[in-house]
Every structure is written in C-alpha cells, then in structure tokens.
Write a protein that binds this ligand. Structure first.
Ligand code: PLP
Length: 418
C-alpha cells in the first residue's frame, strides 16, 4: 500500500461526524459489523431530502416526481455497487426482510421432499426463512463448517449430489471474518441444478461486490453496514428462473412492464425509506470521491464510470483493511489466554479469553474507551460450534476503513490490563 494511500485512510474518520471523539465521549467504535457510521455527505443528503424534497409517490407534482426519480436512481446506484443492471435490483427495508420475501416467492414452488441447503457459517437471516418450509416437508440441511470455520467443501459436494433446488449461503461471516469463494460455491450449485442466494451483508463494506461476475441468482445487502442509512437491496437474476412462479411473473411482465417493475412489484412493498434512499446517495458520492482519490494516489488511470469509481474505492478499502486485519491478528494473539475463532480475512474478529466471561471483557473494554459487541451476533450455528466452551458467545471487534492501527494498539493495551 503506497504511503500516500495509508495517509488518506488515516484521515478518513474526519468525514464521519459520529467518530469525532470530542462529541462521542472519546470512544473508539469497534462495532462496525453491527452497523457502520455515516459520512457527513450522507447525513446532509438526509437533511436535504426532509427539508426540500419530502413527498409521497403516485401524483404528478414536481416534488413527488423528484422523489420518485430518486428511488429509480437509487436502484441504479445499488446496481453499480453490486455489479449489475438497475432492472435486476429491488430496494427494501433490510436484508432479513428481503430474504424473507424472496423465500416467500420461491417457497410457492417448493414441495415436500425438495431439498434446500443453508450454511453453518451464516447469520440466521439466511437460515430461518428456509427452515420454515420444513413444516411442509421440504428438507432443509446445513452445509457444515470445518474446525477452521470455513465451509466443508467435501460435505458440500456430498449434499449437492442429492440435487438441492436452492443453496442459501453467505459471502463473509459476520462472526469470524471468514471469506467464502462465492463464485465457486455458485458454480458447484449450478452444476447440481440448484439456484443460489448469497447474503452479502458482512462482506459488502470490505470489498467490491460483483454479483454478475459471481453468477449467483439472488443476492442481498444492507446499506447501513456500508456507511449508509437503514435500507436493503436485493439482486435478482431471472436467467435460471424458468419453471418457478417468480420466473413466470418476469416473462409475463416482460411484455407489459420492465423487469425492474416486475421485481419491484413483488419486493418493494408499500412506501420505501425515501430519506434513507437520499442518504445512501450521499454515501455513494462519498465512496466515488474516495475511489477517484485512491486511483490518483496509486497512479492508476482515473476511473470513468460510477461502477469503476465504486470498485476503485472498495478495492483500496480492502487493501488498507489488510493492515487492520494483520494488526488485529498480532494484537489478539499476544493476549494471554486469548482464543480466536476462525481465520479472519477481513477485520471482523471474535475471541474469548480463558476464565473471563465475554460480557466482562466487553465492559472492561468500554471502561478503556472501546465499544465492542458480545453474544453470537445471530451467527448462531457457527458460534455454537466454535465457541462451545463459552455457550456460543464471544467478544467481537469489527473494524472498517475509518479505523486505524493506532486504535488497534489501544485495544491491545486494554486487553493486556484485563
Ligand atoms: C451476515 C449478515 N446477514 C444478515 C444480517 C441482517 O441484516 P439486516 O439487519 O439488514 O436485516 C446481518 C446483520 O448483522 C449480517 O451480519
């Protein structure tokens, strides 16, 4: 990483009012996998929307027309972020709701005896909606993880031999920072004739998303984890939906409406979070500026499209965050009695300290000015397996590109005074 780029990231926190220690009680915010802080630009966009452009859909006056255009423009913004076209995007409340709505649509075609696979590495948002179909005789089985906390690929292949209809899995574990090879998981699923739904929530703040290149069928993501307001986005690829009612809807709609309208009719229910949409526009502007600056500092050609600027930003973020990941590995590894779960490739770390309850560790960290999380973070299956000796609970510190190695050093000092 060039020094100039490290300098850029060392100053990124200045764009985030909530990270200003003068106003936030001096805390270091290490609970980012639960939800990120927002750049000033996003906060300004929310205020601007509520001050000047607040209106409801369905009429002709200019203010509502502007609001409606902002919703359509947000589909394009999310498409640029996820790596697809806007008519394959539906907006929504959050990832959990969107997975539930997709499962509801797909569930109309699931019969007794059909097999659906979930993953032991996943957040329950991508497990519970599928387990509900078990009451109708659908078989729902979990791809297990290894002791190292990665999907057990041999077991996955064995499950695929039973011809599941759908495989629901995640890109990155929100508990252990494990990164899954999405394209490979999807390739194997498709070979076995299954559709794929990937939960991108925990990975999206750390690396570029590329849903088309990965060739998945559904993907969901949440803006509030990517430095934005509370807003969800779903990607739907109609190419393999033949024989499913959702596919028939798309074929019917293709004659009468756009694809985007057809999906939106099923997933964008009621009135959207207009102020959140406005705010996320500001987040994307912030990221585009970061992408342009990062490309210039790295001596790369200036990115031309919004997609290119977003990819440049997320690529630079990923490079910088590797420093945070290495610093965390070293810091936590140096704490006597510390047990780290899984093998983090992004700065999401869950650990315990022998003889200490996770909540006591977190309280101590708070007394030393560090906000961390404890519990299972709804990554229940993996935490129950990996942190069995602590009843499936641990301490989690999760960092983003606005955190620094200086803050990691403060964590080290705090843990050593436990
Ligand atoms: C991996 C993962 N999936 C899904 C969710 C749920 O996201 P949302 O709050 O957008 O429904 C979370 C939230 O922490 C998560 O970390």
């Amino acid at each position: 990483l060039p020094d100039s780029l490290s300098d850029l990231f060392r100053r990124m926190h200045e764009h985030f009012p909530a990270l200003d220690r003068e106003h936030n009680g001096g805390y270091i915010f290490f609970d980012n996998a639960a939800g990120a802080q927002l750049p000033r630009r996003a906060i300004e966009r929310v205020t601007e929307h509520l001050t000047r452009y607040n209106a409801q859909k369905g009429s002709v006056f200019a203010r509502q027309e502007r609001m409606q255009q902002a919703v359509y423009a947000m589909r394009q913004g999310c498409a640029d972020l996820m790596g697809t076209r806007s008519d394959r995007i539906a907006l929504g409340l959050n990832a959990t709701t969107l997975i539930q709505l997709i499962a509801h649509q797909m569930g109309r075609d699931l019969k007794a005896g059909d097999l659906v696979l979930t993953s032991q590495l996943d957040h329950m948002a991508n497990v519970w909606p599928w387990e509900e179909f078990a009451s109708r005789g659908v078989q729902v089985e979990m791809i297990p993880i290894t002791e190292a906390g990665a999907p057990d690929m041999a077991a996955y292949r064995t499950l695929l031999a039973r011809k599941p209809r759908l495989v629901a899995f995640g890109w990155v574990s929100n508990a252990t920072g494990t990164v899954v090879d999405v394209a490979e998981m999807a390739r194997l699923a498709h070979e076995a004739g299954a559709l794929t739904l990937v939960d991108c929530v925990a990975g999206a703040p750390h690396m570029p998303m590329a849903v088309e290149a990965w060739d998945v069928d559904f993907a969901v993501c949440s803006a509030y984890k990517i430095f934005g307001p509370h807003l969800g986005m779903a990607y739907i690829n109609p190419d393999r939906l033949e024989g499913w009612q959702l596919g028939a809807l798309v074929t019917q709609a293709a004659g009468r409406y756009s694809l985007g309208t057809a999906f939106a009719a099923k997933l964008e229910l009621g009135t959207q979070n207009h102020e959140g949409i406005a705010g996320f526009t500001g987040t994307l502007e912030y990221l585009e500026q970061l992408g342009t600056a990062a490309a210039a500092l790295a001596g790369a050609p200036a990115p031309q499209t919004r997609r290119e600027r977003l990819v440049a930003a997320m690529t630079a973020i990923g490079q910088y965050e590797q420093r945070l990941t290495s610093a965390l590995l070293e810091t936590i590894g140096a704490v006597p009695g510390a047990v780290l779960y899984g093998q983090p490739s992004v700065p999401i770390f869950s650990f315990n300290i022998a003889g200490r309850r996770p909540a006591d560790v977190a309280r101590h960290l708070e007394s030393r000015g560090i906000e961390a999380r404890t519990g299972n973070y709804l990554a229940i299956p993996s935490m129950v397996k990996l942190a069995e000796a602590f009843d499936g609970e641990a301490v989690r510190v999760s960092l983003l590109h606005y955190n620094t190695t200086v803050e990691v050093a403060r964590l080290g000092e705090a843990l050593l005074t436990l």
